[in-house]
Unconditional design. Structure first.
Ligand SMILES: Nc1ncnc2c1ncn2[C@@H]1O[C@H](COP(=O)(O)OP(=O)(O)OP(=O)(O)O)[C@@H](O)[C@H]1O
Length: 584
């Protein structure tokens, strides 16, 4: 847990964390010694030694003051770390997230990020503010009391030493269970949360298939699993917390029994026994509190572990040295192999070159690796072997920001911000003039949408571009790319763009972009494929053919075989032989 706390606080705060723990331990030790000093005070009082009692009382007073100072120091340092966590953890998470590879951001991971940034941050600050003190002092103070007891009366001290393994084992057992069931409940929580989002997003599909009334089985199952996990956690936690309390009471009872036995055999005087039992009674308090809190600390530890794991995710290796780009707009793959899972390559030994200011269409069966090819250019992931070059430089040898300046990415799932149409196009180049934005809108075909909207380019598009169709969203994305004028444009032709209207605009934008940029298009439209300077046919992650449309037809290979079958289809998609035909 201390390692996770250090990760979450960051290297700049390690010394603060060390000092906080030093004061926390000092507080526990001083409290234990102060408790133990009650024994000589009481003994002196019972023996009628007033001077001795006063002397011991004076030492006790000094100890109490020292304990208060330590308590104050550790509390203030704990609160300060809690405040630091609340104020800086979001920034640390944000700074880290922008350095992670784009391919890391799956919907499950995005859910994790959201939870870490909300409940995770609060929990971590709570650990410093409220949880660590009772748990750490609840261990250190009793340990000090045990040592003092050994000095004051070794026999009773021995009883406490013998009790320690029982207390430790009970604590480990209950904390492990609580941690496990909290982890299961959290996973069930996350799954239910993801299903709720999925349910909301899938409303159109569910209603189209009449599934809205009968419910959505995966969501119901996830919610049931969550309730079950929550109930199980309660059922498993309570008995274990009680067991912790019971073990402490058992130890106390054993101490009393041994103490009474010793008194009956005159091995210890009644005054000393009362004083020692008073000490033992004080010893039970912090232990019980620690036992009660340790379950909560364990649960918080799980949250803390998740935040720390997020911060431990390896960032995309980056460099500060800008690369010399002597082949503006060129894309080259040199013997590239890449797989999402070890030992299962999705791209195998891929070599290709896309000359500057040309258009290359990538075609291939579903799952052939077309999207993966494009992702490697934009460094969603890094190749396992071989190199990907943009502008003549290896994408890993230039700062991410330099690479991103070289690339425009037009994907199928275009995300629009809850802003105006103009604001969304301006994302391509924030310092563009109004005239340039309007020109990009015209080329991308957004002008035609604008004419239908009441506020023109100033119309808000709603969260994610909800008020626009899929094809319209892609046109905005194309307009962004036109405005950015990056040397390389990577475009995944959306199936939504397959209606003749969108096709017209996308084709026009492609022609404009080609004047200045290199285009690599995952092509679904015949017109794009035929117009390309080069067609790359991917088959199971390998480049199986390359050439122009005419060359590939003449070669009579995979491309030619499917050409005939797809010719009449409005969409273009190569599918493996024997599988159902895919149409747009
Ligand atoms: N994030 C990922 N994690 C694991 N496997 C993935 C991931 N993305 C894609 N794959 C797998 O990699 C292979 C290639 O996928 P890719 O999306 O590159 O193919 P594609 O040719 O673009 O397919 P499609 O035309 O259907 O989009 C597929 O088997 C796919 O299941």
């Amino acid at each position: 847990m201390i390692r996770h706390l250090a990760t979450v606080l960051g290297p700049d705060r390690r010394s603060d964390l060390r000092r906080y723990f030093m004061w926390l331990v000092a507080y526990g030790v001083l409290e234990g010694i102060a408790m133990a000093f009650l024994v000589p005070v009481l003994r002196s009082l019972f023996d009628g030694d007033t001077d001795g009692a006063l002397r011991h009382l004076a030492v006790l007073a000094v100890l109490v003051v020292a304990t208060c100072v330590a308590r104050y120091q550790q509390a203030m340092r704990g609160f300060s770390l809690a405040v630091v966590t609340l104020t800086t953890l979001h920034d640390r998470l944000g700074d880290h997230l922008v350095r992670l590879p784009l391919g890391w951001f799956t919907s499950e991971k995005v859910g994790r990020v959201a939870r870490s940034a909300t409940t995770g941050t609060l929990t971590v600050s709570n650990v410093f503010a409220h949880l660590l003190t009772p748990v750490v002092s609840g261990v250190v103070t009793p340990a000090t009391v045990v040592l003092a007891m050994l000095v004051l009366d070794w026999r009773l001290g021995l009883v406490l030493v013998c009790c320690a393994p029982l207390l430790y084992a009970t604590h480990r057992w209950s904390a492990a269970w609580i941690g496990r069931s909290e982890h299961q409940r959290d996973s069930a929580d996350a799954r239910a949360g993801n299903r709720v989002v999925e349910f909301a997003r899938a409303q159109k599909t569910l209603r189209a298939f009449g599934r809205d009334r009968e419910g959505y089985a995966p969501l119901e199952a996830a919610v049931d699993a969550r309730s079950e996990a929550g109930g199980r956690m309660l059922a498993e936690t309570m008995p274990r917390l009680l067991a912790g309390g019971l073990a402490i009471q058992l130890c106390f009872a054993a101490l009393v029994a041994v103490g009474v036995a010793l008194a009956l055999h005159d091995a210890v005087g009644p005054a000393a026994l009362v004083a020692l039992l008073a000490l033992a009674a004080r010893f039970v308090g912090p232990l019980s509190e620690a036992a009660g809190m340790s379950g909560m600390l364990r649960m918080a530890g799980n949250d803390l572990g998740r935040v720390a794991a997020l911060l431990d995710e390896p960032p995309l290796p980056d460099t500060d040295t800008r690369a010399a780009l002597d082949r503006r707009g060129e894309i080259a793959f040199d013997k590239v192999t890449f797989g999402y899972e070890d030992g299962d390559p999705v791209l195998r030994d891929v070599s290709l070159r896309v000359p500057p200011r040309t258009m290359t269409a990538v075609v291939g069966a579903s799952g052939a690796g077309k999207t993966t090819l494009v992702r490697l250019i934009a460094r969603f992931f890094d190749a396992d072997a071989g190199s990907v070059r943009v502008g003549g430089a290896d994408v890993r040898r230039m700062p991410v920001e330099q690479l991103m300046a070289q690339i425009s990415l037009v994907q199928q799932d275009v995300y629009l911000f809850d802003d105006t149409l103009e604001g969304n196009i301006r994302v391509g180049r924030p310092d563009a003039t109004d005239e340039e934005v309007r020109e990009a809108a015209r080329i991308g075909g957004v002008e035609e949408i604008v004419e239908r909207l009441p506020d023109g380019l100033a119309t808000r598009v709603g969260e994610g571009g909800a008020s626009l169709s899929g094809g319209e969203r892609q046109r905005v994305s194309v307009a962004r790319a036109v405005l950015k004028r990056a040397p390389v444009v990577l475009l995944d032709e959306a199936t939504a763009a397959l209606d003749p209207e969108n096709e017209k605009y996308v084709q026009r934008a492609l022609r404009t972009l080609m004047a200045d940029s290199t285009l690599l298009v995952i092509a679904h439209q015949l017109s794009t494929v035929v117009a390309a300077d080069q067609i790359i046919v991917l088959d199971e992650g390998r480049v199986s053919e390359r050439g122009t449309h005419e060359e590939l037809l003449a070669a009579g290979g995979l491309y030619a075989r499917f050409w005939e079958r797809r010719r009449r289809s409005r969409g273009w998609r190569l599918v493996p032989e024997g599988t159902a035909e895919v149409t747009a």
